[in-house]
Ligand binder design. Structure first.
Ligand code: NAD
Ligand code: MG
Length: 390
């Protein structure tokens, strides 16, 4: 069996560590080329030495001496800074995991595609900010993008052997997050600690708060449109408190295919890692009789205005996704820092979307213009948050 050369961008995070777990369990199948991280130097160095990676890179230039000393005595090269991450992403590999969080994941993912490498894409912000650019780069370089977000992996798996033309609708599920049963009037008093406690599983603070506000689902609706190329009126979200069905694909003959599985990201990661084969994965096998029943509800857009904003972004197109994502990241910072209340996050994002000069949204989709739209939106969002907090 030929060993596959793989790299993990964002190796120290939740998705990165789950990817490493799968690689360790099947170590004869892979050679690790590059691992990247940010401030968790000991984790990065430890994994790079253990997996005999060629190179380990931290996003922070000032942490290079720490990384070098943590790697001392090993054969692993050390690198630092965004340019070094992009360089790591383009080292000869068969498969690259894009699991950096936020818009910082876009440039390295694009670089991997330019090198013709298969990109396993967990970094949903890349598709939201620059879906067209990412897909075009993949097409031009004969590279493949495999979705890792669980809903999109579920849709992708439901589409194997199907014709996208026969798809009538795509429904992605949402847990509803921490506040799905709170009275709407109480949301203004919600604290970051309350928003960061997920009813079904444990994730990082930011993505958990994004689940409570449904900004995470809003990003995923946009991601669905960009990746599968369907129109916004073919895409829906449904609240499914058990979170065992990840997505449905409805076909024009009325058939509805559901992807059912445990909430364990190693399923979607493992599917992308082994694609087009399926290998055994260490995930729970569901006992349907013990589960008993599954429930679904229409998401209330008064409770979760982020869903309405996502529809607006899908209809506007252009660089509005980059504006939306940047404004959302700033609004989330404002909520976490106690400067704005929970419902104000959506108000800030909506105001930024409406106030931004259309020239930024209509600009050609290049990496520079995406970064410019991101920059302008962050500036506008921070100014609004200052005004509201003051
Ligand atoms: P995380 O915060 O746990 O890890 C993020 C990784 O990115 C870390 O390795 C960190 O060192 C690195 N990083 C952070 N800032 C960076 C920067 N500026 N430059 C370079 N590297 C940087 O995040 P996560 O939960 O693993 O999520 C990663 C991506 O996958 C996100 O886009 C998220 O939306 C998506 N995703 C996550 C899950 C999940 O269950 N955790 C599910 C679906 C999709
Ligand atoms: Mg998801």
């Amino acid at each position: 069996m030929t060993r596959r050369r793989i790299s993990i961008l964002g190796a120290t995070g939740s998705i990165g560590q789950n990817t490493i777990d799968l690689i360790r369990r099947d170590s004869k199948a892979f050679d690790v080329v590059a691992l990247t991280g940010a401030s968790n130097i000991s984790q990065l160095a430890c994994d790079a030495i253990d997996l005999q990676a060629e190179v380990a890179v931290t996003a922070h230039q000032d942490l290079l001496p720490d990384l070098k000393s943590a790697l001392a005595g090993s054969d692993v090269e050390a690198g630092a800074g965004q340019t070094a991450i992009v360089e790591a992403a383009t080292r000869s590999a068969d498969w690259v995991m894009s699991a950096i969080v936020g818009a910082a994941g876009l440039a390295p993912g694009l670089a991997a595609l330019e090198a013709g490498t298969t990109l396993a894409l967990a970094n949903k912000e890349s598709l939201v900010c620059a879906g067209g650019l990412l897909l075009e780069t993949a097409r031009k370089n004969d590279a493949c993008i495999l979705p890792v977000d669980s809903e999109h992996s579920a849709v992708f798996q439901s589409l194997v052997g199907e014709d996208i033309e026969s798809v009538e609708r795509i429904i992605i599920t949402a847990s509803g997050g921490a506040f799905r049963d709170w009275p709407i009037e109480k949301l203004a008093q919600a604290t970051p600690e309350q928003a960061a406690s997920h009813p079904n599983w444990s994730m990082g603070q930011r993505i958990t708060i994004d689940s409570a506000s449904m900004f995470n689902k809003a990003l995923e609706l946009i991601e669905t449109k960009e990746f599968f190329g369907v129109s916004s009126d073919q895409i829906e979200a449904v609240v499914h408190p058990e979170s065992l069905i990840h997505a449905f694909v409805g076909f024009r003959d009325g058939a509805l295919m559901a992807h059912v599985g445990p909430h364990d990201m190693r399923h979607a990661i493992g599917f992308a890692l082994n694609w087009p084969k399926r290998k055994q994965l260490p995930v729970e096998r569901l006992d349907l009789a013990a589960i008993g029943q599954l429930n679904f509800r229409v998401p209330d857009e008064k409770r979760w205005p982020a869903l309405r904003l996502a529809r607006d972004v899908m209809d506007r197109g252009g660089l509005s996704g980059a504006v939306f994502n940047a404004a959302k990241e700033c609004a989330l910072d404002g909520f976490i820092d106690g400067r704005i209340g929970f419902p104000k996050m959506a108000e800030v994002v909506e105001e930024v979307l409406n106030s931004i000069n259309p020239s930024h949204i209509d600009a050609k989709m290049t990496l520079d213009n995406v970064e410019q739209a991101d920059h302008v939106a962050r500036h506008a969002a921070r100014a609004l948050i200052e005004k509201r907090a003051g």
